[in-house]
Design a protein around this ligand. Structure first.
Ligand SMILES: [Zn+2]
Ligand SMILES: [Zn+2]
Length: 429
């Protein structure tokens, strides 16, 4: 029996061997197929690498993306992220929407609260997952009391910096009335907004001036990145640069309204932005944006959007590309500073004016236009005890006034004048 089986096996083996041995075609086909399979495996691996190659940027958002539907396709599909640089005149207000989740960074000046409220409601927003008060200057938190009051706000980022102004107190009072707690921004902490995420970048230390204590953050949505720095100036920008941000930020929300004290070359060289958005008021007295800033942007080939020329600007990200609701500005017109930084409506100091003409961007500077914003319904005048001038609270001069000189009154115009104050020539109270 054993021998029979062995013979059978040998015969079979021989037949099989002869078949393969004699038929070169079969052998070749097998060889080719083997190679093909290996090649195919490699090619599958190669395509699999594509999503992996963007993983460093999307890894976290993918991991934290628990609530939203995930797709099985190798290409990650992102919800739309829209960033609305709302035109609030001289000030800042950025609304970010990703999926169902929303975030507001700053809320313009005191007279902008209702306008922002309307904008948000028009977008169908009733609650804000995150609210960021970058710093307590009026052109950033002025309308925030309205927003905190009207919307359900989940996490409210604010530093510990206090400011002795009615604007600041209004915000704090509203926080207390609504039993909201503020969240201290901690550098390096990450938060998710839809399938985007953001990282707190600053402040890492508290300085004397408010602007350099601005909350700064980077929003990442797939391959797209957005940087928001509030009014951070060179000192704080330098702290941010030390964090080794990824080069090639897509959208840089220009610090301090395009002032030359911000957007330092150090920062620009570190982040090499593709786009810069400047939020400032038409004809603002500070001369924002500054010619030097515009020149730097121009030299670096950065496309510029500005709310003073284009109104509200909306950037949309699909995780790969960014599209805009308008074309970039091509005017390269710098703002014209009027009045000194101190508050008067005197002509700009020589040095400022000289710097303006020295830089090439300041071509065709438009005539100074006093921004005719409607004063708030319940007017509280702001008096400058030093210059003896009085202003509407929305006057751009107020933001630059020394706190020690500032006096807020709830009097009629005649009563203020009776106290020896003269109306500001800028806001004509
Ligand atoms: Zn500021
Ligand atoms: Zn500001």
């Amino acid at each position: 029996m054993k021998q029979k089986r062995l013979t059978c096996f040998l015969v079979l083996s021989f037949v099989i061997f002869s078949l393969f041995g004699c038929s070169g075609d079969v052998a070749n086909t097998t060889f080719e197929q083997t190679n093909e399979i290996i090649f195919e495996t490699t090619s599958v691996e190669a395509t699999m690498m594509e999503p992996e190659s963007i993983l460093p940027e999307t890894e976290n958002s993918t991991i934290y993306d628990t609530e939203e539907e995930t797709t099985t396709s190798p290409e990650p599909v992102f919800q739309e992220l829209t960033v609305h640089f709302i035109d609030v005149g001289q000030g800042d207000c950025t609304l970010i929407i990703c999926g169902d989740e929303t975030m507001l960074i700053d809320a313009g000046d005191n007279n902008q609260g209702t306008k922002i409220q309307n904008y948000l409601q028009h977008e169908g927003i009733s609650k804000l997952k995150y609210v960021v008060c970058t710093h307590p200057d009026a052109d950033h938190i002025g309308g925030m009391d309205v927003i905190l009051y009207k919307f359900d706000c989940e996490t409210i980022f604010m530093t510990d910096e206090e400011k002795d102004t009615a604007t600041y107190r209004d915000v704090i009072d509203t926080l207390e009335n609504k039993i909201y707690k503020k969240t201290l921004p901690v550098v390096g902490e990450q938060y998710r907004l839809g399938d985007a995420e953001f990282t707190i970048l600053a402040p890492s230390q508290m300085r004397e001036d408010s602007n350099n204590n601005s909350v700064a953050l980077m929003m990442t949505h797939g391959k797209n990145t957005f940087l928001f720095t509030g009014d951070a100036e060179e000192d704080e920008e330098s702290d941010i640069v030390k964090l080794d941000l990824p080069a090639g930020i897509d959208v840089y929300k220009t610090g301090h309204h395009g002032s030359k004290s911000s957007s330092s070359e150090e920062l620009l060289n570190a982040i090499t932005p593709k786009y810069a958005v400047i939020s400032c008021g038409e004809g603002n007295k500070y001369g924002h944006p500054h010619a030097q800033t515009l020149n730097n942007f121009r030299m670096m080939g950065i496309q510029v959007f500005r709310t003073d020329e284009q109104g509200t600007i909306v950037a949309s990200s699909n995780g790969k590309e960014i599209t805009w609701n308008c074309s970039p500005s091509t005017s390269w017109i710098a703002g014209e500073p009027v009045g000194t930084k101190e508050e008067s409506s005197e002509p700009a100091p020589e040095s400022e004016a000289t710097q303006q003409t020295e830089t090439q961007a300041a071509i065709d500077v438009p005539p100074t236009v006093v921004e005719e914003t409607n004063p708030p319904a319940s007017v509280t005048y702001i008096c400058n005890m030093n210059t003896k001038k009085f202003h509407y609270p929305i006057c751009s001069s107020v933001d630059q006034m020394k706190e020690t000189n500032k006096l807020e009154v709830n009097l009629s115009r005649d009563e203020v004048i009776a106290q020896g104050y003269v109306p500001c020539k800028r806001c004509n109270p």
